[in-house]
Design a protein around this ligand. Structure first.
Ligand code: GCB
Length: 593
């Protein structure tokens, strides 16, 4: 699937704005066919945004089930005889869509795009009613998983991940037009050979019999570098300007479908960063050079709009990444909006890209999430069907993000149970699938503290070891000396495996403005000392090739006695003000300045 673009042959119309919106607590909308007419009893709702925090109403915030969105769009009159497509960048966690009275598409998974051709249901110049039922319920057969429990005061949605289950239409929605003969996919794989670069490209097209593919590569100034013909091929870029961390240099590959007479039937622009990624022993190489990750695990999380994409915060967050000296982040714990990856490409920020497979670990239930007493891998809980949904999530992630130079690792899950035979059986084929889909990038998963060295049975499948550890926070709380000893001992064990180790999480909840002369947990001083302790350990272990603090900013979670207005491990507050730790990290990560 290609992302909607405006090109010489393609045109798109944004459907963002205010839509009609209605909760469907009784679950009657589908059988009553609410899509057939204007939604009654509707309020207005912003798209893109999570619906949860927009209404000042606990019943909306905590709602799970079907919600309905509806808008009316006028199809551009110039789109006569064009192929017209309705495209959603995401709908969390699943959706079914109608155009006027016709059902056009359903999609499972809250963070990847889907679309439907709607040519036969609309008319250029005419109006069309678009109705979407979005459902945010989580079960053992969804990614991420959850369960609905009966309680004395009704049903309750439980899940095992530590961020609020924001839902709705989080990202832009588009109507777009192409010609009948059109490109459907473009893949690029880049290589380096001394001063030269190579770009291997593959294209797919539909209704394009007799048409030829031509490609034109231009540099960042728009000057033509080279051309090629054929649905696939390899281009050589002499004296290539490499894409590198801190130098987001991009070429533009224009792919054209051309008819016999030389007429351009379709034109699509794919940006290309020429770089290589490899693991060599315990080193992580970008362009053949050892790379050390500095940065954070992040979230898509903002006041009021929840997981709604926002361009102002996109730019601001990257400014803060640069200010603090971060060269990378993990798209924890789900695929982020495509605009984020495009921006990372342009800014030269490195990304660990993750599926939404978070919370496949019922052992984590106690204390934080409430859900207890479940077995993770069993026929009734996370099972073969879940694995199929998970596999599809991996397919859609790789299909969407395969061309981003910023993406250097696929993380197929965060903190699943990984010390059991069930886990080993569940994950082996998913690693194989990911490698088959993309043989060019290292694959890994993020290991949890409950499966410390040497008990993990899943890390054997990874090219890199990714660890989340909270020595000095969840264990050895307030005891940084003991934490340092225990942490170093465990890390030495992992280092003996000979793979690169990325610390994908370490962090301490910190209430901004809370201070203590003798650093106490929750104070800004403790967060600084906690990070210093971790850094001393990392600096003593050569196999550690990266440190990503948990978290970039404070974020919303379910309520509970372990969370004070959400998770407070942010180095920045939720509104992006620095805690003392931000300055400390800046001193470490920008020490050359
Ligand atoms: C973790 C999880 C992350 C949590 C974090 C915490 O290990 O991966 O989602 O938010 O711990 O703060 O407990």
């Amino acid at each position: 699937m290609l992302r909607p673009q405006d090109t010489a042959t393609r045109e798109r119309k944004s459907l963002t704005g205010l839509w009609r919106f209605r909760l469907d607590g009784a679950g009657e909308g589908r059988s009553a066919e609410w899509f057939r007419r204007p939604l009654t009893d509707a309020r207005e709702m912003a798209v893109p945004a999570s619906f949860n925090d927009i209404a000042a109403d606990a019943a909306v915030r905590n709602y799970f089930g079907d919600v309905w969105y509806q808008t009316t769009v006028r199809v551009p009159r110039g789109w006569d005889s064009q192929r017209i497509v309705l495209h959603f960048e995401s709908a969390t966690h699943r959706a079914t869509v109608w155009v006027n009275d016709a059902e056009v598409v359903s999609h499972e998974g809250g963070y990847t795009p889907f679309e439907a051709e709607v040519t036969e249901h609309v008319r250029a110049g005419g109006e069309a009613r678009i109705t979407v039922v979005v459902n945010n319920t989580l079960s053992f057969q969804t990614i991420p998983p959850g369960v609905i429990e009966d309680t004395p005061d009704g049903k309750r949605q439980i899940y095992w991940h530590d961020f609020f289950n924001y839902a709705g239409l989080h990202r832009p929605v588009w109507l777009y037009a192409t010609g009948t003969a059109h490109l459907t996919d473009v893949t690029v794989v880049t290589g380096l050979d001394g001063a030269n670069g190579s770009i291997e490209y593959r294209t797919e097209a539909t209704d394009a019999d007799g048409a030829q593919v031509k490609v034109v590569l231009r540099d960042a100034d728009g000057a033509q570098v080279t051309t090629g013909t054929g649905a696939s091929g390899t281009l050589t870029v002499e004296n290539v300007h490499r894409w590198a961390p801190g130098d987001g240099y991009l070429y533009d590959l224009e792919v054209q479908l051309v008819d016999d007479a030389g007429g351009v039937l379709d034109s699509y622009h794919q940006s290309v960063g020429v770089r290589t990624v490899a693991v060599d022993g315990a080193r992580f190489l970008i362009n053949g050079e050892p790379f050390y990750f500095t940065g954070f695990g992040k979230h898509e999380d903002l006041a009021v709009i929840g997981k709604g994409h926002n361009d102002a915060f996109l730019v601001h967050d990257f400014e803060l990444l640069k200010w603090v000296g971060a060269n990378s982040f993990r798209a924890s714990h789900y695929p982020y909006a495509e605009a984020v990856l495009d921006y990372a490409d342009r800014q030269g920020i490195v990304v660990i890209d993750e599926t939404a497979a978070v919370g496949l670990n019922m052992g984590l239930g106690g204390g934080i999430f409430g859900g207890q007493g479940y077995t993770t891998f069993s026929p009734d809980t996370v099972n073969d069907q879940t694995r199929q949904v998970h596999a599809q999530a991996i397919r859609e992630l790789v299909a969407r993000d395969k061309n981003h130079p910023s993406v250097v690792v696929w993380s197929i899950a965060n903190e699943p149970e990984s010390d059991t035979e069930g886990a080993e059986r569940y994950f082996k084929p998913l690693f194989e699938l990911t490698r088959q889909l993309d043989p060019t990038r290292p694959v890994g998963f993020v290991n949890v503290m409950l499966a410390p060295y040497p008990t993990c049975r899943v890390s054997q499948f990874g090219d890199v070891v990714m660890l989340n550890r909270y020595y000095g926070w969840y264990v050895n709380t307030g005891e940084l000396k003991a934490a340092e000893l225990a942490w170093e001992q465990e890390l030495k064990g992992w280092a003996s495996e000979g793979k690169p180790i990325i610390i994908t999480e370490y962090g301490a909840d910190t209430y901004p403005g809370l201070h203590s002369v003798t650093p106490q947990p929750w104070s800004e001083e403790y967060q600084v000392e906690y990070l210093d302790m971790n850094h001393r350990v990392f600096d003593r272990i050569d196999a550690v090739v990266g440190e990503q603090v948990w978290n970039f900013a404070d974020f919303a979670t379910t309520s509970g006695i372990m969370r004070v207005g959400g998770n407070k491990k942010g180095v920045f507050t939720r509104d992006r003000q620095p805690k003392a730790a931000a300055w400390a990290l800046r001193r470490r990560w920008r020490r050359d300045d």
